[in-house]
Design a binder for this molecule. Sequence first.
Ligand SMILES: [Zn+2]
Ligand SMILES: [Zn+2]
Length: 340
Amino acid sequence: MLDICLLGTGGMMPMPHRWLTSMLARCEGVNLLIDCGEGTQIAMKKKGWSPKPIDIMCFTHFHADHISGLPGMLLSMGNAEKTSPLVLIGPKGLTRVVGALRVIAPELPFEMRFIELDQPRQRLKISPYVIDAYKVSHNIPCYGYALTIPRAGRFSADRAKELRIPLKYWNRLQHGQVIEEDGQRYTPDMVMGAERRGIRVAYCTDTRPVPVISEYAADADLFICEGMYGEEDKEAKARGYKHMTMQEAAGLAAAAQPKELWFTHYSPSMMKPDEYLDEVRGIFPRAKCARDGGTAELGFEEDGEDGGQPREGRGQPQESGGQPREGKRQPQAGTKKDKA
Ligand SMILES: [Zn+2]
Ligand SMILES: [Zn+2]
């Protein structure tokens, strides 16, 4: 299960009714935050959550509305007696930027580990997440992120019996271990089916609508995307400031076919993003205007008939690149509780 909470949905500045865009993911007790603008820790407290258990922080870019809340958040994490390490991921310069912000939060009871992104596409594996960072098109270096929870294939007892693999090795093979004992060699691919579809959430904000965004949102369970403006006459403004309109975001979703699209990072000038929803649903029907605190609980889908047969070599986590695939699944009722 992957829990997603969109803590805020505003762009540029926090408003009395709208915190800045930030997303929290929780899976197997590992918490990951994307962006931390001014007030993000208050948005978390409003949900009743402590900042202590944040393990990973990803930053899209270094504009203030995405990172200025960091020193206060770090101090609150320290006050909550966090001692486990914090991994920070972001564009080149992350160590320097965080170092500058930390002048006012110098003493923290936990270690900070920095991962600076220096490739246009970069994959990081921090269990249970596979984190894909991909460069988008803003007026400073900016990355989108796709989070995947991979899912191993199904174990086949019949196949293990057929191959006369002793029962005592089954569990280890299921956990991906290669066994070499008594002159025999057993590998997981002998008894495990193909890797099954995992869970994927794609997130991007502060960018023009470049094709790479659709690649990473292809077939995602949830695609969270900037929809800075809805008015037709704001498109030139969006282009000039390197942002995106809701209509442009819906166009990306139409190419990617995620199960659902949520808009976020609304301009302070846009009071009622819902006014444009009918129009954007003409481009991509499964779109909705997220609100602060919107949540989704994403689970693995039911096994299909093709989920379990062992094959030569186990599949790798699905590459997030490539073109959107044909034959998309339709949204399934009951797999998600969405209060956005
Ligand atoms: Zn922004
Ligand atoms: Zn920006």
